[in-house]
Design a protein around this ligand. Sequence first.
Ligand SMILES: Cc1cc2nc3c(=O)[nH]c(=O)nc-3n(C[C@H](O)[C@H](O)[C@H](O)COP(=O)(O)OP(=O)(O)OC[C@H]3O[C@@H](n4cnc5c(N)ncnc54)[C@H](O)[C@@H]3O)c2cc1C
Length: 545
Amino acid sequence: MFPQAPRSPFDTHEVFNQSPPFENVDLFASDTPLRQAVAANGAGDEAAALSEFGRQWGTAAMFTLGRQANENTPRLHIFDPKGFRRDTVEFHPAYHRFMEQSMAAGMHASTWTESGKHAPPPAEVVRAARFYMAAQVETGHLCPITMTRAALAPLAAEPALAAQIVPRVVAGRYDPAFRPWWEKSGMTLGMGMTEKQGGTDVRANTTTATREGDAYSLIGHKWFFSAPMSDAFLVLAQAPGGLSCFLLPRFRPDGTVNALRFQRLKDKLGNRSNASSEVEFTGAFAWRVGEEGAGVRTILQMVQLTRLDCAIASAGLMRMALAQAVHHCRHRSVFHKPLYDQPMMRAVLADMALELEGAVALAMRLCRAFDRAAEDASEAAYARLLTPAVKYWICKTAPAFAFEAMECLGGNGYVEENLLPRLYREAPVNAIWEGSGNVMCLDVLRALKGEQERNLVAALARAASAGTLDAAVDIASATEVDARSLVGRLALLAAATALRESAPGAVADAFVRTRVARPRGALYGSADLAAATADALLQRVLPED
Ligand SMILES: Cc1cc2nc3c(=O)[nH]c(=O)nc-3n(C[C@H](O)[C@H](O)[C@H](O)COP(=O)(O)OP(=O)(O)OC[C@H]3O[C@@H](n4cnc5c(N)ncnc54)[C@H](O)[C@@H]3O)c2cc1C
């Protein structure tokens, strides 16, 4: 006789007290701080479209694709089976799906018109909301997406080139074929600045550019060269007139493959769905962008935009980490009581929710400044001063935030099958690339030399709360030695001011009291929030189901 089949798939126990998967959620509708920040910064009319996007990206299928794209990392094929050079990178279909969907949603270019002008407000805010939601599901592919949209800024320096490239990017859709860009239905763009001997110090670049007719021939290398399957790259190289910016296509104008020789792909901590290569240029064809010697000034227009995206993506990582933590704690009981109702866990979650409120409000406020900078000098000053400060603060906050969220899930949080390890590994890169932390602080110091920027600091302090004026005085007189703490304070002040515009008064007050008026304790859970404020914060980050 066979024994009776057990009722449970296990012989020894039933499975209970585990949280259900966090999926099939509307990433927009479920996120009150995001919805309110979007509305406060001029994009309230887009709520329905953003909700549709949020539903699509929050499906179980998208989370599965996110896992697949990161488990099946890109592979470099230097040669074909017969020994001919190929220099191509193969990606998993899941990566291609993300590229397809992000480009279909316009994240690679929706802030530009086909003639290369900035799209009217609130284009930045709307795109940022999508970028923030996409980052919650899969962040690696956002590297080529952000570089593509940002690379169009410097191209304005070369109208003839821009006239060929910009419409193809703006109107294009994802086309991964390895073919010349003019034969494709869309194109993506990358960037190459960092060399072995210097990343921050790009003036130490040794790659040379020699004039050949209307174009240049580049010889040298790049030590970090992400998204190598892009159709063209903005790169820096030393021309006779000094460090200059170039557009280097994968195919020469005669249709032959350009002289980019990939050495290998980096084995990275996170960001694993995205390929980051090492490359040599062995006489690569390139067009100059901007004047010879103006390379840094030219490419900085691109970097300003990618820095903004680093901050938005890090805020997105934070939101997903916290949503996972809150969701888990609502469904997991310890000592006969949901973790969510344990006073200390609640204090931790609510304190994190308050931090995230500041990050989201600030990121969206900064996007409004980008939307309006061309018409409004004070918004241009805001973007100049706050972009490095916001990148610094949000991107530096995200790794520790993701770790704290991971711990809320206990041992499950540390296990690969759950999303938290990926979010945690993903977080540091946004602080490192596009200008690392110290470099951002130096940038703020440079911006603070401007009178308009110094006045802005005082205005932010007034708007945040009368008690924060002292902070404004300190910030305006920052030096390199104390720059980190003062830039952090600047970001907190700006976040408090942004919250005054987009969040309920109690949230802004709590932020000022626990972060601006006095330094916050080093770890989450020390904010001493009123019970009603904590309740409200937790419902705002994720309503109870
Ligand atoms: C996954 C990944 C992908 C990347 N993709 C690309 C890419 O596609 N294209 C590209 O061009 N680059 C790329 N990078 C490179 C990245 O932008 C650089 O690593 C970064 O700019 C730092 O440069 P570095 O590594 O040479 O470090 P360094 O310049 O040596 O800096 C080291 C540290 O010193 C600090 N520092 C620098 N100057 C000062 C100062 N004056 N005072 C105090 N501290 C200072 C920096 O903040 C940093 O923390 C990528 C990096 C990573 C990790």
